[in-house]
Design a protein around this ligand. Structure first.
Ligand code: NAD
Length: 326
């Protein structure tokens, strides 16, 4: 089998490529390099530079490489940017997905994995989010992920494609320092960025209805997330999906922003007191996954701790300082 991985030169995609090739799977990467870095790919992995919006290219790549499955990670991913540029997010995230699904159907590919997000839930008001918790995204980014899931399932039914949608929670860490996240969009690199500039980390709101007043999230090590993709690929290859499957990918454990910043202080040795600023619109007080269904259906469970995420991310941050920013 050969798997096409779109967005494979990105932060998460490169980890998925690595987990797949380490496990002996054959892969080909398609990435427009808008945020991807070719050096993240292991030697010998073919990289096609191009867009998920280019149907002709997709058809050619699927045929030339004899792809039998697709993992679709390529997307724009910044919620704030999506509020300012909704048409771009719909065009690129949903347009890219629709174009890819057409090419997949035409090529007769029968296995598809889609990168979804906890952003589909919006502000869920539950202790543990299960896959049955109602979805109500609060920004266009989350909307494109939810509509993307609908589209994936509908195309799967229409063309007999088995599909898995993985709803990632808060991704952090690096399997090896070279693959660390070079963007400054998520909390761990954002705090590193502040410390590197000799500034105190920022907390957006400490008056939420949580034990320490700061937001609670479910952090997942990117190496665990990559292994979840491998488990999904194996389930698809063995016929264990038979239709569609939508799964949370998290640890099922809540960590507050203040707790996370404390761990970052311990790891970096920079324990300066965070500054508290106003809440950001659209931040739910608590978003923690129930990880039970992924464990039941894929036999996958996250193994790595928050401390391992921070330590590995910090090693990567120190190595890649000055490297081109995604
Ligand atoms: N990072 C997170 O915390 C997180 C959480 C939930 C879901 N996700 C999803 O995971 C996926 C990967 O995220 P990431 O953090 O690795 O982001 P990233 O920006 O590092 O990776 C995305 C990759 O896709 C490529 N790309 C973007 N648009 C493309 C297009 N139209 N055609 C071809 N390539 C394109 C980029 O060049 C980049 O290499 C995305 O779908 C994102 O929405 C990420």
């Amino acid at each position: 089998m050969t798997w096409l991985i779109t967005g494979g030169a990105g932060y998460i995609g490169a980890h998925v490529v690595r987990a797949m090739t380490d496990a002996g799977e054959r892969v080909v990467v398609l990435d427009d390099l808008s945020a991807g870095v070719p050096a993240r790919l292991p030697e010998g992995v073919p990289l096609v530079r191009g867009s998920a919006l280019d149907g002709e290219l997709l058809t050619k790549v699927l045929a030339e490489h004899g792809a039998t499955g697709v993992l679709h990670l390529a997307a724009r991913k910044q919620p704030g940017e999506s509020v300012a540029q909704p048409t771009r997010y719909y065009r690129e995230n949903l347009g890219g997905l629709a174009t890819l699904l057409d090419a997949v159907a035409e090529a007769g590919v029968k296995r598809f994995v889609f990168s979804s997000s906890a952003a589909v839930y919006g502000d869920p008001h539950v202790d543990l989010i299960t896959e049955d918790t109602p979805c109500a995204p609060v920004n266009p980014y989350g909307e494109t992920k939810l509509a993307g899931e609908w589209l994936v399932r509908a195309a799967g039914r229409a063309h007999g494609i088995d599909t898995v949608c993985l709803r990632y929670f808060n991704v952090a860490g690096a399997a090896v320092p070279e693959l660390a996240d070079t963007g400054v969009f998520n909390i761990v690199p954002m705090v590193f960025d502040r410390l590197t500039r000799d500034e105190a980390p920022r907390i957006f709101g400490d008056d939420y209805p949580t034990p320490d007043g700061t937001c609670i999230r479910d952090y997942i090590h990117v190496a665990d997330l990559a292994e979840a993709h491998l488990a999904a690929v194996r389930a698809l290859a063995e016929g264990g999906v038979d239709g569609d499957l939508t799964l949370n990918v998290g640890r099922g454990e809540g960590v507050s922003v203040r707790e996370l910043i404390t761990v970052i202080g311990e790891v970096t040795g920079d324990t300066r007191t965070p500054v508290v600023e106003a809440r950001r619109p659209g931040d739910p007080p608590r978003a923690v996954a129930s990880a039970a269904l992924a464990s039941e259906r894929l036999g996958w469970t996250a193994r790595r701790s928050v401390r391992e995420m921070v330590e590995s991310a910090w090693q990567g941050w120190q190595l890649l300082q000055g490297a081109p920013r995604a």
